[in-house]
Design a protein around this ligand. Structure first.
Ligand code: GDP
Ligand code: MG
Length: 436
C-alpha cells in the first residue's frame, strides 16, 4: 500500500504548483492504491472524496506549500478514519474479564499470551489465562506453554466439555486467588459458523466481560471485513486486535474493518514473540501506510515553495552579473519560508544524525538580515559603493560592529565570484547546479 500511495504523490512532488486537475489526478491515484490494498470500494471512494473536498476547501492550490499540505490532509484523514486517538482498554474489575474471539488461526492464543504479558509487566496486574477451547487438547497445551513463557498461570479443565462452565469456574478461581484480570481464550473455526457463534455468545452472556476483543489476521484482506461484521453483529465486541502486522501486511484490512464495524482497533500484534504487542496508534498507522520518508518531504517542501517566477528573475540577474544585496535578502527570505533551518538540514541524507545535537537556530540569519536592512536602497543595489565610512554607518545602524559588516561584504563578494564562474559554464551545467 505504501508504495502505491507514494507513487500517487509523485504527481504533487514533481510540480512546483498544484492545480485542480493535479489534485483530481492525485486523488484518483490514491483511490486506486487503496483498492489494490483491499480497501472496499465504497470506503475508498468516500475517503478520497473527503480528501479532495478538504484539499479544495483548505486552498491547497494557493498555499505556500501545496505538496506538504496535501500529504497532511491525506494523513489526517487516514488517522481520523482509523479512530483519531488511541482507544482505552478496560482492565479494571474484580476481576476484569477479557473475552477473546475470532477465527481459527487468526492469532487468538498467541495474542492471549501477549496480552497477559503486557498486563503483567506494563500494568502490574495479576493475570489468569483460561484455556477455553474444548475441542482440541493441543490448544490447551499451546496456551500452557505461552503461560509458562510469560510467567502467568493458565486455568484449564481437560474433562469438562462445557465452555461456559469452564469460564465461570475460572472466574471463581481467579476471585479466590486474588487475580485482577481473567483472559478467556476461546475456540475458533476456519469460517464463521453458528455453533462457534453460539458458544462465544453464551460465554459472553454468562460472564459479562469488560472487554470483548475480536482478533483478526491483517493478512486476510477483504474477507476479514465480512468476518468482523459477523462477529460484531453477534457479540457487539468492544475492540479489534490486528495480528501478523510483521508480515507483508495489507494495511487495507485495518481501514476497512474500522470503518465497517465502527469499533476501535485496540492492539496490534507483530510477531510470534511474547513482547511484540503494541497499543494501536491511529496516527502511527497512518504514517506507516503512507510510508513517507523524510527525504521525499524535503523535496516536496523545497519544490513547492520555490517561487518559479522569482527563480527566473534571479537567474537573469546572475547572468547579467547584477546580483545585489536586495536579491540576497530575498533569497534569505525564501529559505526561511521553507521552514525551520535545522529541520530542513536534518532531512538531507546523512546530515540528520550529524546535527542532531547541534544547536542551529533560525537566528543564524538574523544578524545578516539586520545588516542588509541597515543599508539604503542605493547601497543594496550597488554593493561596490559601500566604502569604509558607509560600512561604519551600516554597522552602527544594525547594532553590529564593523568587522561583522566586513565579513558579510567578503562573503557576498565570494558569492558573486562564484556566480561569475557559473556564467562561463555551458547553460545545461548551470541548470543542473542551481536546479533552475
Ligand atoms: P488461534 O487459532 O486464533 O489461537 O491462532 P494462534 O495464536 O494459534 O496463531 C496461529 C499461527 O499464527 C501460529 O503459528 C502463530 O505463531 C502465528 N501468529 C500469531 N500471531 C502472529 C503474529 O503477530 N505474527 C506472526 N508472524 N505470526 C503470528
Ligand atoms: Mg487458539
Amino acid at each position: 500500500l505504501s508504495e502505491r500511495l507514494e507513487s500517487a504523490f509523485k504527481n504533487i512532488k514533481g510540480e512546483a504548483h498544484i492545480s485542480e486537475l493535479n489534485i483530481a489526478n492525485t486523488v484518483k491515484d490514491i483511490r486506486r492504491a487503496l483498492l489494490e490494498a483491499d480497501v472496499n470500494y465504497k470506503i475508498a471512494k468516500e475517503f478520497t472524496d473527503k480528501v479532495k473536498e478538504r484539499a479544495l476547501g483548505e486552498k491547497v492550490i494557493n498555499s505556500i506549500s501545496p505538496g506538504q499540505l496535501m500529504v497532511k490532509i491525506v494523513q489526517d484523514q487516514l488517522t481520523e478514519l482509523m479512530g483519531g486517538t488511541e482507544a482505552s482498554f478496560n482492565a479494571d474489575g474484580k476481576p476484569a474479564v477479557v473475552l477473546i474471539s475470532g477465527l481459527q488461526g487468526s492469532g487468538k492464543t498467541t495474542f492471549s499470551g501477549k496480552l497477559a504479558n503486557y498486563l503483567k509487566t506494563k500494568k502490574n496486574k495479576a493475570v489468569l489465562l483460561v484455556a477455553d477451547d474444548i475441542y482440541r487438547p493441543a490448544a490447551i497445551d499451546q496456551l500452557k506453554v505461552l503461560g509458562e513463557q510469560v510467567g502467568v498461570e493458565v486455568y484449564s479443565e481437560v474433562e469438562n466439555k462445557d465452555a461456559v462452565s469452564i469460564a465461570q469456574n475460572a472466574i471463581a478461581y481467579a476471585k479466590e486467588k486474588g487475580k485482577n484480570v481473567v483472559i478467556i481464550d476461546t475456540a475458533g473455526r476456519l469460517a464463521v459458523d453458528e455453533m462457534m457463534m453460539n458458544e462465544v455468545a453464551n460465554i459472553k452472556a454468562a460472564v459479562n466481560p469488560n472487554e470483548i476483543l475480536f482478533v483478526v489476521d491483517s493478512m486476510t484482506g477483504q474477507d476479514a471485513v465480512n468476518t468482523a461484521k459477523a462477529f460484531n453483529d453477534r457479540l457487539d465486541f468492544s475492540g479489534v486486535v490486528l495480528t501478523k502486522l510483521d508480515g507483508d501486511t495489507r494495511g487495507g484490512a485495518a481501514l476497512t474493518i474500522k470503518y465497517t464495524v465502527q469499533k476501535p482497533i485496540k492492539f496490534v500484534s507483530s510477531g510470534e514473540k511474547m513482547d511484540t504487542l503494541d497499543i494501536f496508534y491511529p496516527d502511527r498507522m497512518a504514517q506507516r501506510i503512507l510510508g513517507m520518508g523524510d527525504i521525499t518531504s524535503l523535496v516536496e517542501r523545497a519544490q513547492a515553495q520555490f517561487d518559479e517566477e522569482q527563480a527566473k528573475k534571479l537567474e537573469k540577474k546572475i547572468r547579467r552579473n547584477s546580483f545585489d544585496f536586495q536579491d540576497f535578502l530575498d533569497q534569505l527570505q525564501q529559505i526561511k519560508k521553507m521552514g525551520n533551518l535545522k529541520d530542513l538540514m536534518g532531512m538531507l541524507p546523512g546530515v540528520g544524525k550529524a546535527i542532531k545535537d547541534i544547536d542551529i537556530s533560525d537566528d543564524a540569519f538574523k544578524g545578516v538580515e539586520a545588516i542588509i536592512h541597515s543599508m539604503t536602497p542605493f547601497e543594496r543595489a550597488n554593493p561596490d559603493s559601500i566604502d569604509v565610512s558607509r560600512r561604519k554607518r551600516i554597522a552602527s545602524g544594525a547594532g553590529k560592529n564593523v568587522n561583522e559588516v566586513n565579513a558579510l561584504m567578503k562573503q557576498f563578494d565570494q558569492m558573486r565570484q562564484m556566480m561569475k564562474m557559473m556564467n562561463k559554464m555551458p547553460m545545461g551545467m548551470m541548470k543542473r547546479m542551481t536546479g533552475m
